[in-house]
Write a protein that binds this ligand. Structure first.
Ligand SMILES: [Zn+2]
Length: 345
């Protein structure tokens, strides 16, 4: 989904922008794939819905673009002041189901933006800039496949474990987006039809258990069942106020009860990956997102669960389950890669 005129032949620098639940993160990427400079602003929050919130977010995107335009690192990488026609192309990643025209059809974790046509709103605010819009998880996978932990593999499953779960599939060396652009929405595979409600409107989705949000949920469940007495005492005595971060901190400090909750999240991660392997048979699985920042305690549990649950077990070739190389920048870097090449492939 591209807009604006001009040729991309002069794209020494490309911008990538990742619209997240808490921040809008932008990077300027040099011609060798290096991050020249980064810019970020908080994602606007408030009571606005639909196009009103879309406009606020679009203004935040324009703000990040202006910061990148003004950065001396960008000017230095584009000698000779190329003017607007040679201005860096912009890739923009948004969470949720993005259709092939850049409209946001459905976004459980950004519900206030349902139905927003990013393409129209951003064209209004940046009428003369070239940009494209894609799903954020697909862009993160593109970055990891080209420049990061999935480099050199033709069959990669990328799973981003944040507030929810984002997924993306590299098959035969190419990102696959499906018939309508929605492939890889793996966080909403139902793993327990009687499980807890999900923002998508159903129950027991995988991301209710195996994400940063899932860690918080399992932690509160354990706290209310009396299985986290030390953590509850540390957080003021109210089991309902226990957060995922509290349990991670306690687990890292050696609290065995907390450690069991974190390992439980890891089990759920491995469980889902084992099911996905039945469909995709990946050579490598790359995990990104905020759950990694919360420590890797759960990662060994995920690897063990995967090995135990995957069909064929030890008779299969082992699959490395590795952390993403680019951390929180993967989506923005992938957006810049897509902007430079004019699409996802
Ligand atoms: Zn769901």
């Amino acid at each position: 989904v591209t807009a604006g005129g001009g040729s991309s032949a002069t794209a020494d620098v490309a911008y990538g922008i990742d619209i997240g639940g808490t921040k809008v993160l932008g990077v300027a990427l040099g011609s060798a794939g290096q991050v020249l400079v980064e810019a970020r602003v908080s994602t606007p929050t408030g009571p606005a819905h639909g196009d009103a919130v879309g406009r606020e977010v679009a203004r935040a995107v324009v703000d990040v673009v202006a910061q990148l335009d003004a950065a001396p690192e960008v000017a230095a990488a584009q000698p000779g002041s190329p003017g607007l026609a040679g201005a860096p192309p912009i890739g923009i990643g948004v969470p949720g189901m993005v259709d092939r025209e850049g409209g946001l059809r459905f976004s459980p974790n950004l519900p206030q933006a349902h139905g927003v046509d990013w393409h129209v709103l951003l064209s209004e605010q940046m009428p003369r800039r070239r940009f494209l819009i894609e799903n954020d998880a697909n862009l993160a996978a593109l970055a990891e496949h080209r420049l990061g932990a999935g480099r050199g593999f033709d069959h990669v499953l990328m799973v981003t474990l944040g507030t929810g779960i984002g997924g993306a599939l590299i098959v035969d060396g190419r990102l696959r987006v499906g018939g309508h652009g929605y492939a890889g929405e793996i966080g909403h595979m139902v793993v327990d039809p009687a499980g807890p409600p999900c923002p998508c409107g159903r129950r027991g989705c995988w991301e209710r258990y195996a994400s940063g949000g899932g860690l918080g949920l399992l932690a509160r469940e354990a706290a209310m069942a009396g299985r986290l007495p030390a953590v509850v005492a540390l957080t003021g005595g109210d089991p309902e106020s226990v957060r995922g971060e509290d349990v991670t901190a306690a687990a890292l400090a050696g609290d065995g009860d907390a450690r069991r909750v974190v390992e439980q999240v890891g089990w759920w991660v491995g469980f889902g990956l084992a099911n996905l392997a039945c469909v995709l048979d990946p050579q490598r699985i790359v995990l990104g997102g905020g759950l990694l920042a919360a420590g890797e305690l759960w990662l060994d549990a995920a690897r063990a669960a995967y090995a135990e649950l995957v069909e064929g077990g030890p008779t299969r070739e082992p699959v490395d389950i590795v952390p993403a190389a680019m951390g929180e920048r993967a989506g923005a870097v992938g957006a810049a890669v897509a902007a430079r090449q004019g699409g996802l492939w």
